[in-house]
Design a protein around this ligand. Structure first.
Ligand SMILES: [Cu+2]
Length: 330
């Protein structure tokens, strides 16, 4: 396999396939040195596709299967399966991902502080994996020493604490491989007294090392490069927007988000009800996550992107389309 640097990939027209649904072929992926064997892009009988719809993903929250204990405590049960799946990041650009439930990121799990959380984790892949949740729990629920072999199941149980924006990811060595391959997701723990009503969006910043050279060739928020440039995220003028922003980017030390023509309040890790900052750009290391709140008072299209310009040009950019009408209510 010829090593192609990400700058060369850029020169070879990676940007040219953004948002183009037809005409691109596996030859483009071949230029990047990724699989072109038709069997390699059909893992486990599943067709190659993005695994998620980026527009649906931003507002897709998994509250689990809800029941109640005799003492009134809410129980939320989630079913997560680790599986291999080749996903199509952009037309013709395939990536053999390791996924939770066949998608990258995994589902955005959501509970309220004090709920009892039970996660049935099944490993349907040929490698050992775990689920390591950020937040409070017992040592045996930490997803580090209890590796789950292929074909086995492990049940994680804990109380959802503390409220804020948490994250989960695989904690199997080498971790950079297991995270880089796609095993992560957001985990929102709402405070008991709800936050103010808002249009809520989940953004998981990530990237993919498509030629396995230990650096990312493409960057994105929610997996698909340029997804929200091709299909802007609709916002309503005057309505509070709340972004649950998570950085799970592997290989690069930092990532960032910048929004145009506006400032946001920053609730670091979402653990305080009081904002700690008011700015338009935030830098984050891997595993950092923050809640951002802002309101647009003008209509029109506004860009948001990583303020590492290279990341933006390799896929991590998008648009808000602020309107007075035609925005689905949450
Ligand atoms: Cu893993």
């Amino acid at each position: 396999m010829t090593r192609v640097s990400r700058r060369e990939a850029l020169k070879r027209g990676l940007l040219g396939v953004a948002g183009v649904a037809s005409g691109a072929t596996v030859a483009k992926a071949s230029a990047l040195g990724v699989h072109t064997d038709p069997h390699a892009v059909m893992t486990g009988g599943l067709p190659a596709e993005a695994g998620i719809d980026p527009i649906a993903f931003v507002t897709d929250f998994d509250y689990g299967e809800v029941s109640r204990r005799p003492d009134g405590q809410t129980v939320r049960e989630y079913r997560i399966t680790a599986m291999e799946r080749t996903i199509e990041l952009m037309p013709g650009l395939f990536y053999p991902a390791w996924t939770y439930n066949g998608r990258v990121p995994g589902p955005t799990l959501r509970a309220t502080e004090g709920d009892f959380v039970r996660v049935h984790f099944h490993n349907a892949s040929p490698h050992e994996h775990t689920m390591h949740f950020h937040g409070f729990h017992a040592a045996r629920m930490d997803g580090v020493f209890e590796q789950v072999p292929p074909g086995e199941t492990f049940v994680y149980e804990f109380e959802a604490r503390p409220f804020g924006l948490q994250v989960y990811h695989c904690h199997t060595m080498p971790i950079k491989r297991h995270i880089g391959k796609g095993l992560y997701g957001a985990f929102i723990i709402d405070p008991k007294a709800p936050r103010s009503p808002a249009h809520e969006l989940v953004m998981v910043m990530n990237g993919f090392d498509v030629n396995f050279d230990g650096e990312n060739e493409v960057y994105a928020v929610n997996t698909v490069p340029f997804a929200y440039q091709a299909r802007p995220i609709p916002l309503r003028r005057g309505e509070l927007t709340r972004i649950y922003l998570v950085n799970m980017l592997e290989f690069d030390l930092i990532n960032s988000l910048h929004i145009h023509a506006n400032f946001f309040r920053v609730f670091r890790t979402g653990t305080s009800r009081e904002p700690q900052d008011f700015t338009d750009t935030i830098m984050m290391g891997q595993g950092e996550r923050h809640i951002l709140e802002f309101t647009y008072h003008e209509t029109g299209k506004f860009m948001f992107h990583a303020h590492q310009s290279e990341f933006a040009e390799l896929g991590w950019m998008g648009l808000f389309d602020v309107r007075d009408e035609g925005v689905a209510a949450e």
